[in-house]
Design a protein around this ligand. Structure first.
Ligand code: PLP
Length: 392
């Protein structure tokens, strides 16, 4: 079988011409980078992360492609141009009245929870969530919210656990401060991309509605959940008052977030962004890139899943390697190697010889690998061949 060698692959397509313009040193530097994104035309398959994160030259080339396709215009302080187009697109995708571009997901989460909870101070979150663990206690120190973590170590809390915890407050605390909001992250990064079942989201949403508690979705990677569960982004979003989606984890932007919700909530955001220093003069580079990469994204991701099915199916027939989805998981898979295989050597050879970057196996010879659209840079047979060769 004729495998497309890396060099032959580079000869194909327009971006493939770029390496010839680059000094070898630059290519080497990009090759050695692990998380810096594919070098221009270098098109590494990255079995980590959720999608393409372009290095500067590739970013500029891709933004030029975006401009050639749509002749987008700049915004001013987030008004007009590519930003307005992005906001309209995401409002439609999520089925919400309005959307707003924000500089970061952290700001989107924090401002959404602050507005949704009003003067009530308690916000229920997953113990494993980004809001609870990775936002520098912003809710507590800047927004005067008391985060109430549920289900330690787990992907999600159930409606029953939420209800029990809220009911217990009546006994446990003297002063009633009110439940402001509930936040759900889906999928959950800290549990390797595991998803919250739609049936449980519905139960939580029903309970919250009955209690007049507002519900926020940290859907940084909601497109990953949608691709793996078959539940559309709109269906997920329908159960929440506000939804945040990342623009850089898999839509190629260098930063940014979009927050979607009712006009009433979203219209409060420009002022809040300004007073928190998040109102930036120009946002169009990120908005235009995300809009461009959104085009056809879901189809490409489905193809990547299909390709991964072929790859993992073939590799699982080889003794000493076991690839398995995680229960309730999305794009992160378990990859276990037997002791007979030198995982460190395999990792290095895949990178050096085949331009396939995967997380280095741990002491148990185990790794978590991620499926994303960079898999489409090569045919399934190329990846299968690369693994077989590197395992020897
Ligand atoms: C689940 C989740 N929510 C929110 C964020 C925050 O995004 P940002 O880096 O844009 O602040 C992240 C970033 O890693 C995340 O993984």
């Amino acid at each position: 079988m004729a495998f497309l060698g890396r060099r032959n692959f580079l000869k194909r397509g327009t971006i493939a011409l770029l390496p010839t313009l680059l000094p070898a040193g630059k290519l080497m530097a990009a090759d050695n980078a692990t998380n810096a994104g594919a070098a221009p035309g270098n098109h590494a398959i990255k079995l980590f992360g959720d999608g393409e994160m372009f290095a500067p030259e590739a970013y500029i080339a891709e933004l030029s492609n975006a401009f050639a396709a749509t002749k987008f215009e700049q915004d001013r302080y987030g008004v007009g141009g590519a930003v307005a187009a992005l906001e309209n697109k995401f409002a439609a995708i999520t089925g919400k009245e309005k959307a707003i571009f924000m500089p970061s997901g952290t700001m989107a989460n924090q401002l959404a929870l602050s507005v949704l909870s009003g003067d009530k101070s308690k916000v229920f979150v997953q113990d494993t969530s980004h809001v609870y663990r990775d936002e520098a206690d912003a809710a507590q120190s800047i927004f005067y919210k008391r985060l109430m973590p549920l289900a330690p170590g787990e992907t999600y809390f159930t409606a029953q656990q939420l209800q029990q915890s809220i009911d217990a407050l009546a006994e446990a605390e003297v002063f009633e401060t009110g439940i402001g909001a509930v936040s759900i992250e889906n999928p959950v990064r800290r549990t390797n991309g595991k998803t919250v079942p739609l049936a449980e989201i519905k139960k939580i949403a029903d309970y919250c509605r009955a209690k007049n508690i507002r519900l926020h979705l940290d859907g940084a990677r909601i497109f990953m959940a949608a691709a793996w569960t078959g539940v559309s982004v709109k269906e997920y979003a329908a159960h929440f008052d506000t939804v945040y989606i990342s623009l850089y984890k898999y839509f190629g932007a260098s930063a940014g977030a979009v927050l979607c919700g009712s006009k009433e909530v979203i219209d409060k955001m420009p002022h809040l962004m300004k007073v928190h220093g998040g109102s930036m003069y120009g946002n169009w580079t990120n908005a235009a890139m995300a809009l461009h990469r959104l085009e056809g994204f879901e189809e490409r991701l489905q193809k990547a899943i299909e390709t991964w099915g072929k790859i993992s199916g073939a590799l699982n027939k080889i003794s000493g390697i076991k690839i398995a989805p995680l229960p309730g998981g999305s794009n992160i898979y378990s990859l276990a190697l037997s002791k007979a295989i030198d995982g460190t050597k395999m990792h290095a050879q895949l990178n050096k010889e085949f331009n396939i970057k995967m997380p280095r196996p741990d002491e148990q010879n185990h790794s978590f690998v991620s499926v994303n659209e960079t898999l489409l840079y090569q045919p399934a047979d190329y990846v299968i061949h690369a693994f077989k060769t590197s395992m020897r």
